[in-house]
Design a binder for this molecule. Structure first.
Ligand code: NAD
Length: 488
């Protein structure tokens, strides 16, 4: 366990030592109500121009850089991650803030559109703030996930009420402290502390205009149902079972290293972690030999390639998947500083079709490998779980890769690459099926956090339109002629 509830307090624990890091008062029902109300009433942020918001977010980014070491230490204390994984998280988050701020200037600007045949009209699209965005986040990236979602909502002009995971609230509290100190606008970015109960109340509050949820598919479905009650918009960034497809003509060395990085960095606790490998028959043996050798040399532990599981319940689930696989197939294992504390790097060869590892998200340092020799069968297996977050394909034949890409019902496909797509802020991020609804990142993400308002302006106000009531038969004849002339 990395958090416990006691007498209306949340006790945050270090997941490795179980030392109590901090006791924080839980947000009461009254607090939640008041915080959201303050957020609803204060329109100072939403009235700023996009350029001004961008400039303040740039200041915020610089303030985060100033506090980089503090942020690093807090993430380390509440997650137990190794330093490299934390540094990558900080780097990716700050780079995202820089990229998305530039994108916002253009994406949220008033857009002039064609008015088609209506030459006497001008047409525009405005992207306006929606109001108050509820951001709810999980524990696996306590900086990147809440920060990126919050900043995107802020750039779109919304106020944000953030509820971080009960397992990792300290990083978000530090983000709030830095915001208040360097930016002001205290009602614009606020934090609620608690678990499911607090999240539920936040989603249900009538003053919330959009819900931006990142977490499990199980909770995502609950939130979708709650939002359906009032047709409240929601963006749901959920789980994944991200496959890597390795074709016969792939660069095996790059594919092996990508699988190792995609599957084991951050102890596999990444929604876009490579969880399953599909390797084509002609290279299967070589690929399995190479990746097995690589995995035998990987090590979990504080001085290893990745560290601890952040949440006990998740560690139990991962071990259950491994034990289930152990009972029916071959397993290759790496090393560990301490097998009782850290989950050993694990490769599962040819799991049974009904095993847990084939049918559920694992969310840990475990990858399965399956041989394939038929593309239709491959696509069917890839879609079996119903997840569709991200995927990768390794190979050289562009035509063949393109035909596989077309068949995948998945949000992102990386070709000869893995994980980096999350770091490219210009492309939308999100999944389909059990992996969620809607998109963050890119102009698509910023616009989905905005009210899209279409504006039509008539240029000449002194004449009536020829199609208004009172029109003559001549106009109808004219329109009929125009149909033949223009649309044939
Ligand atoms: P979770 O769904 O248990 O919790 C996520 C958040 O939702 C937490 O803050 C939690 O307190 C809150 N919550 C729980 N019940 C709620 C309810 N009924 N109403 C409102 N809020 C509620 O997920 P988790 O265990 O924290 O995170 C792991 C999951 O997150 C994995 O499935 C992972 O794939 C997914 N994830 C997805 C992405 C993505 O971008 N697609 C990114 C990171 C993690």
């Amino acid at each position: 366990m990395s958090a416990k509830f006691e007498n209306n307090n949340l006790i945050v624990l270090n997941p490795l030592s179980k030392e109590e890091l901090k006791s924080i008062p839980l947000s009461s029902d009254i607090d939640i109500n008041q915080i959201i109300k303050k957020s609803k009433i204060d329109d100072s942020w939403s009235l700023l121009s996009v350029n001004k918001r961008v400039s303040l977010i740039n200041n915020y980014r610089k303030a985060l850089v100033k506090n980089k070491n503090k942020i690093h230490n807090v993430i380390k204390s509440e997650t137990g991650k190794i330093d490299f994984d934390i540094t990558i998280e900080i780097f990716t988050s700050l780079d995202h803030l820089k990229q998305i701020s530039k994108i916002a200037k253009k994406a949220l600007k008033l857009q002039k559109r064609s008015s088609g045949l209506m030459k006497t009209k001008k047409a525009y699209v405005k992207y306006e703030p929606l109001g108050v965005a509820a951001v709810i986040s999980p524990w696996n990236y306590p900086l990147a996930t809440p920060l990126i979602a919050s900043v995107e909502a802020l750039l779109a002009g919304n106020n944000v009420v953030l509820k971080p995971s009960e397992h990792t609230p300290l990083t978000s509290l530090l983000l709030k402290k830095i915001w208040d100190k360097y930016i002001g606008y205290e009602n614009t970015f606020q934090i609620l502390i608690g678990g499911a109960h607090v999240g539920k109340q936040l989603v249900n509050d009538n003053n919330i205009d959009i819900v931006c949820f990142t977490g499990s598919s199980v909770v995502g479905k609950v939130i979708a149902k709650q939002c359906a009650e009032t047709l409240k918009p929601c963006i749901l960034e959920l789980g994944g079972k991200d496959p890597m497809i390795v074709l016969n003509d792939a660069n095996i060395k790059r594919a092996v290293e990508s699988a190792v990085f995609g599957g084991f960095s951050n102890a596999g606790q990444t929604c876009i972690s490579t969880e399953e490998l599909y390797v084509e028959d002609q290279i299967y043996e070589k690929f399995v030999n190479d990746i097995s050798a690589r995995i035998k040399n990987l090590k979990s532990g504080l001085n290893g390639d990745y560290s601890t599981m952040i949440v006990d319940d998740n560690a139990k689930k991962v071990n259950k998947h491994i034990d289930d696989a152990r009972s029916n197939c071959q397993i290759i294992e790496g090393k560990s500083d301490d097998k009782n504390i850290f989950i050993t790097p694990t490769l599962v060869l040819e799991p049974n079709e009904d095993s847990l590892i084939v049918n559920e998200e694992t969310f840990g340092p475990v990858i399965s490998v399956r041989k394939f020799n038929n593309e239709d069968d491959l696509i069917q297996k890839v879609h079996k779980t119903g997840y569709g977050l991200s995927s990768s394909i390794f190979g050289r034949d562009k035509k063949r890769i393109d035909s596989i890409v077309k068949k995948l019902k998945i949000g992102t496909v990386s070709i000869n690459d893995v994980l980096t797509h999350y770091g490219i802020a210009s492309i939308p991020f999100g999944g389909e099926g059990l992996s969620g609804i809607g998109r963050m990142h890119g102009k698509e993400g910023l616009r989905s956090l905005s009210r899209t308002k279409s504006i039509v302006i008539n240029r000449f106000n002194f004449i009536n339109e020829i199609w208004w009531i009172g029109r003559s038969k001549k106009i109808e004849n004219l329109l009929n002629k125009a149909i033949d002339l223009l649309f044939k």
